[in-house]
Design a protein around this ligand. Structure first.
Ligand code: MRU
Length: 381
């Protein structure tokens, strides 16, 4: 069965509650944009593309089920206000702002059409939001294909046979509308018989790697091993050769115009490790994650989260033998009173990135070490 983080039918939206994974698969109904704002803020839905699509579809559901004003302008104002509100849920991932911008334009155009009314503006919005769900899956499949081909062709390991890859955070079906970005590359290598092994990092402090990526890898029967973030260097030194590790592939929350990439905290250290060990470092992201209006990583707002995400862990009770799903406990793992800094993301400078894998191909730097990301917007699928 394919993992589905987002279940949508016209007028209905359910999201898989990522806070309950990997131990329980429970879906939450989203009836409105307010429901989605809270689900995003509380991390029940996560990952840059998934956040954008859940936000867009929640408003589609709200519009489909409410008694609409008859005037086009009234519906236009309603949609604009709700989109502005949804964008405030989390700051770093650009996909939500990108989706909101496109949906605002579509709404404004629909409202300006001759004979427009409330229903026609709503219909234009709903159709565009639904298309985003469809496009994200096909974009990810193309990212997977381009990334797998690139790594086999351009890495030393790829020339020897099936390769292993390390990934960070969650970028799979749960973080997107389906298939995944960086995990899509691993999935694509696996389905073509070109994956030796996948390694996923735990991704402290929120554990997207051990909770979500590990769950997807087990679910999809992809040969994989979990390591803590602090084991990555030893993994590359001690097992890089025997495992034929070709590179590290990660997702992105925002790629600036110069290629600097904001992604889950810990990504930057992995890029430095890749450089030191002479393996490839790749960012897999749809064009909706590329933000040409942000010139460099210095302009990206990094979300800081509560210190208790570092000092406390939450999960079902385990007595060493049995897991008791009925009892969820919170455990303290740090000295009481210690100050905590908890940035949710970091920025990897472009010079540490070998390629940015998009749905239209892999972008590499030119001879002067510069990414020309504007070119991907000129290409057709
Ligand atoms: O805080 P999260 O769980 O939303 O962070 C997710 C990540 O950083 C992902 O790597 C990124 O959004 C890419 S998802 C395809």
């Amino acid at each position: 069965m394919v993992l589905q983080a987002i279940k949508y039918a016209r007028g209905q939206l359910e999201i898989l509650d990522q806070l309950k994974l990997p131990h329980a698969e429970e879906y939450d109904h989203m009836y409105s944009s307010t429901d989605a704002w809270h689900a995003i803020k509380e991390m029940r839905t996560r990952g840059a593309p998934a956040i954008a699509i859940v936000a867009a579809l929640s408003l589609a559901v709200e519009l489909s089920n409410m008694k609409l004003p008859s005037l086009a302008e009234d519906v236009q104002v309603f949609i604009t206000e709700k989109l502005d509100y949804l964008v405030t849920s989390r700051p770093t991932a650009v996909n939500l702002a990108d989706a909101a911008g496109k949906l605002r334009t579509i709404t404004n155009e629909a409202a300006a059409r001759d004979g427009a009314n409330g229903d026609s503006v709503r219909d234009a919005y709903v159709a565009a939001a639904e298309q985003m769900l469809v496009d994200d899956v096909s974009d990810n499949e193309n990212i997977g294909k381009h990334g797998a081909e690139w790594i086999l062709k351009n890495s030393a390991a790829g020339k020897k046979g099936p390769v292993s890859m390390l990934t960070h955070c969650n970028t799979g079906s749960l973080a997107t509308a389906g298939y995944g970005t960086a995990l899509g590359v691993i999935r694509s290598l696996h389905s073509a018989g070109n994956l030796k092994h996948a390694f996923c990092s735990e991704t402290r402090p929120y554990n997207q790697g051990s909770r979500l990526t590990a769950f997807e890898l087990v679910h999809d029967q992809i040969p994989a091993t979990l390591v803590t973030d602090s084991m990555a260097a030893a993994l590359l030194r001690l097992r890089g050769g025997s495992e034929n590790i070709a590179g590290i592939v990660v997702g992105a929350d925002r790629v600036a115009a110069n290629g600097d990439t904001a992604n889950k905290i810990g990504t930057y250290s992995l890029a430095i490790l890749a450089k030191h060990h002479g393996i490839k470092f790749l960012v897999a992201a749809p064009r909706t994650t590329i933000d040409l209006t942000t010139k460099s990583g210095a302009d990206i707002v990094i979300e800081e989260r509560p210190g208790k995400e570092v000092t406390l862990v939450k999960g079902p009770r385990h007595d060493g033998v049995t897991l008791d799903l009925g009892v969820v406990e919170t455990i303290s793992i740090a000295a009481s009173g210690i100050d905590v800094w908890n940035p949710a993301f970091d920025v990897t400078p472009a010079d540490l990135i070998d390629g940015i894998i998009t749905e239209v191909g892999v972008v590499e730097k030119d001879g002067d070490g510069v990414f020309h990301l504007e070119d991907v917007f000129k290409k057709q699928l």
